[in-house]
Design a protein around this ligand. Structure first.
Ligand SMILES: [Zn+2]
Length: 286
């Protein structure tokens, strides 16, 4: 019999199979796209990364649970299948599924909205996204033409692995019901939407002013998913509608009082928004 005690939930064995998981309730592994059978994204243990924030996902893509006074808000949802970690994440906040109030998306890309429909159905909570991308989430459509070819980036092994991981995860399901939010709107979890154009047509960062935390979505990252570079920068050009618009929108981010920034790609970053923006401007467009 395998030594179960030595196995941590969420960690894969050398054959890439999920081991040591035992989730209560309906299985979120279904549809033949089991999280544990993936090869390209390395699963990571959910971890507390900020004030009442749990980061979940893989070494390639993050999503978050945000503990509020009494409840929990899901910020982004990872690719399809990532929600298999939901209960492990909630346990870190000493909460259960009944505490989840809402799902808030920074934008419509499938590595942020991929598990939204599955979570919406399992939890019976609203899914919020900016009004410019509500239709894309409702129909699982792509938004905007991106700013360049990914081809030159394929010399980087990171780019291969990311694209392979997207492929193995599959596309996001259309979300049955969507609540559209506007720039500046107050959202569940003490989050305020701040529109930051450029990555997608309606991308927003989500500012939790009271705790000085900023969910930067895919406007900024600390790990460039195409080149593998570490450090704060805007997402690389082939993934954006307009990198120039993103640089301009840094003006909005720098005004947000922040102690911790959290990203769709890369590790959390302790520092002010001003420092993060300074680093991103120095890195420029990649
Ligand atoms: Zn994105």
């Amino acid at each position: 019999m395998p030594a179960q005690d030595s196995v941590t939930p969420g960690v894969f064995n050398f054959r890439g199979r999920a081991v040591g998981r035992s989730l209560p309730g309906p299985s979120l592994y279904g549809s033949g796209r089991m999280f544990g059978t993936r090869k390209f994204g390395r699963a990571r243990q959910p971890q507390l990364v900020g004030d009442g924030v749990v980061q979940l996902g893989t070494d390639l893509v993050n999503w978050f649970l945000v503990g509020t006074n009494g409840g929990v808000v899901v910020v982004d949802t990872g690719l399809p299948g990532y929600d298999a970690d939901l209960d492990n994440g909630l346990a870190l906040l000493d909460r259960d599924r009944g505490a989840v109030e809402a799902i808030v998306l920074t934008h419509s890309h499938s590595d942020h909205s991929g598990s939204a429909e599955s979570l919406r159905r399992a939890l019976d909570v609203p899914v919020y996204v900016h009004e410019a991308e509500a239709e894309a989430v409702r129909t699982a459509a792509a938004v905007g033409k991106t700013g360049g070819s990914q081809l030159p980036y394929l010399r980087h092994p990171h780019a291969w692995r990311l694209l392979a991981h997207f492929r193995e995860a599959g596309g996001a399901a259309a979300v049955g019901e969507v609540v559209a939010y506007a720039d500046g709107q107050e959202l569940p979890g003490g989050l305020r939407a701040v529109r930051t154009d450029g990555h997608t047509p309606g991308h927003c960062v989500l500012h939790q002013r009271e705790r000085g935390q900023l969910f930067a979505g895919d406007h900024l990252c600390t790990w460039n998913p195409l080149t593998g570079r570490r450090g704060v920068e805007i997402l690389p050009r082939p993934l954006n509608v307009s990198s120039e618009a993103m640089l301009e929108a840094l003006d909005r981010i720098e005004q947000l009082e922040t102690r911790v920034l959290l990203f769709g790609h890369g590790e959390p970053w302790a520092g002010s928004a001003v420092e993060a923006v300074t680093a991103a401007r120095a890195a420029g467009v990649t």
